[in-house]
Design a protein. Structure first.
Length: 491
């Protein structure tokens, strides 16, 4: 009896604080059951950190929860309402194919959202079917877990289950549901929704809630809503700098895909750059290059301005003064981003102190890399291990000149060469989820039901700064024919 009880509960410990917010912000709704749930991938390590019983979650009852066929005790499922600027245009959105089961409180007291993505239609589905396909859900699993291992704040992936039901996109695909774990799913778009709905009560409640949940220390009395804007900007500056430092292109930085927690969210058309080029775009529908690699910092600033607009009524009763306050706050973003990026770049080059010319040294390297179409990840790895021929630039006089300058610069610091090398090792990943490797893993899993390719990839991605021998195979580049990589939004 006891054992049965344990199997069913699996350690879930739900609280539902979001469900206590004003009703306009969500719709209560249960997941739509699926025909034949089957576990596709389960994240044992994440389950352990969440205080969940991995074995119980992989049992029949456990999988029924991950498939939305059974609502666990204490959960109170709901679809969150939000709006958003998509490619610059404002739209009403909301969880169209996801449900928040509730917030799980971990044994150490952390509060995380447990969300099922692909769990069936909701009032916010518009013309969509509310479902998701196996390939894209496994892709989110792989890339989000890789981002986490790279040290980048991100939503996590606890499990993927197949539904036993088809989903129809251009072709018939296997349906799947991802269990997403997040600090929260509060987006810039959630604030845009709150600001445009109701009488102001929703907006204030959401702002107070977000402050309490994510920035309890910022709520010190002065203008608490200005403090909220400041703290969100700080986290975004840090996050986007981390993206730029590893060459991550999010691909669809609409305001509904920017989380106030500072986590990377919504892995649709994202991908990592190979040849260094700020104009890199992977998404097939981003024809204008709005969300190109090099635009990400300025798009983040644009999105923060939309957040500030939503917050205006809370910042000051006089609109002009509210605008002034918001503008003054947001004017720091570019500098904040640059500071994080520069310090990350110094680390990538093994520089432990600061010199005024560092920025020029870094820019010179990046310009050369762009000109020679040098692979971003492999170039920094080659510099780390002094394998200059692997930069693809070693024959070039300007590179030789640059290298001399860099060596001289490293020599001028007090710290030992070993410390500098160590810093480079821990700042330059050996492996990133290279597009052709991710595709290969997904093809085997989705088409053949062979998960071994994905398992090996996930293993290599789990310790990107280890630089072990077994990771070497993941450093190789795709052959030229597959280099025009495209990602698709219709996930
Ligand atoms: P995304 O591009 O994934 O950020 O999604 C944008 C909006 O479309 C969100 O409101 C999603 O919930 C919704 N959406 C995406 N795919 C579907 C689908 N298959 N069915 C219903 N809504 C969807
Ligand atoms: Mg989204």
């Amino acid at each position: 009896m006891t054992e049965h009880h344990e199997i069913i509960e699996a350690g879930w410990n739900f609280d539902n604080s979001y469900a206590r917010l004003p009703e306009a912000l969500f719709t209560r709704l249960d997941p739509t059951p699926v025909r034949l749930p089957k576990l596709s991938r389960f994240n044992e390590a994440l389950a352990a950190t969440l205080g969940l019983d991995a074995q119980a979650l992989q049992s029949k009852e456990g999988v029924a929860v991950l498939a939305g066929n059974r609502v666990p005790e204490g959960a109170s499922p709901l679809a969150q309402a939000y709006a958003g600027h998509q490619y610059g245009y404002f739209t009403m959105l909301g969880d169209g194919r996801a449900l928040l089961l509730g917030e799980h409180i971990t044994p150490s007291g952390d509060r995380v959202d447990i969300q099922l993505k692909g769990s069936g239609p909701t009032p916010y589905s518009r013309r969509g079917d509310g479902r998701a396909a196996l390939g894209p859900m496994l892709r989110e699993y792989i890339i989000s877990e890789a981002m986490h291992a790279l040290g980048i704040p991100t939503t996590r992936s606890l499990a993927v289950v197949t539904t036993g039901e088809p989903v129809f996109r251009e072709t018939e695909l296997q349906g799947a549901i991802l269990t997403r774990v997040a600090a929260s799913h509060i987006r810039v778009g959630t604030f845009q929704f709150a600001a445009s709905a109701g009488n102001g009560e929703e907006l204030r409640a959401l702002a107070d809630y977000t402050l309490q949940r994510h920035f309890p220390d910022a709520d010190t009395g002065e203008n608490r809503y200005l403090a909220l804007l400041r703290e969100v900007s700080k986290r975004q500056a840090e996050l986007i700098a981390k993206w730029q430092l590893v060459g991550f292109v999010h691909g669809v930085m609409n305001t509904d895909n920017m989380a106030l927690s500072g986590e990377t969210i919504d892995y649709g058309p994202c991908a990592f750059i190979d040849a260094y080029d700020p104009a890199t775009v992977f998404s097939s529908i981003d024809s204008q290059g709005r969300y190109a690699f090099g635009n990400q910092p300025s798009i983040a600033a644009w999105n923060l301005a939309r957040l500030a607009e939503a917050l205006l009524p809370l910042l000051h009763s006089d609109e002009d003064q509210a605008i002034q306050l918001a503008e003054a706050e947001l004017s720091h973003f570019a500098e904040l981003f640059q500071r994080h990026w520069l310090s990350g770049m110094r680390a990538k080059l093994g520089l432990l102190n600061e010199e005024p010319d560092d920025e020029a040294l870094i820019e010179d390297l990046l310009n050369m890399m762009q000109k020679h179409r040098a692979d971003y990840t492999n170039t920094f790895r080659a510099l780390t291990f002094d394998k200059l021929e692997e930069t693809g630039m070693s024959g070039s006089p300007e590179f030789i000149e640059w290298h001399k300058k860099w060596q001289a610069r490293r020599g001028r610091q007090q710290e030992s060469e070993a410390a500098s090398h160590q810093l480079m090792k821990s700042s330059n990943p050996a492996v990133i989820p290279r597009n052709h490797r991710v595709e290969e893993a997904l093809d085997a899993a989705v088409d053949e039901g062979d998960y071994s390719v994905m398992e090996r990839l996930l293993d290599a991605l789990s310790s990107p700064y280890e630089h072990s021998g077994k990771q070497a195979e993941y450093c190789s580049l795709p052959d030229p024919s597959s280099r025009r990589y495209r990602t698709y939004c219709g996930t």
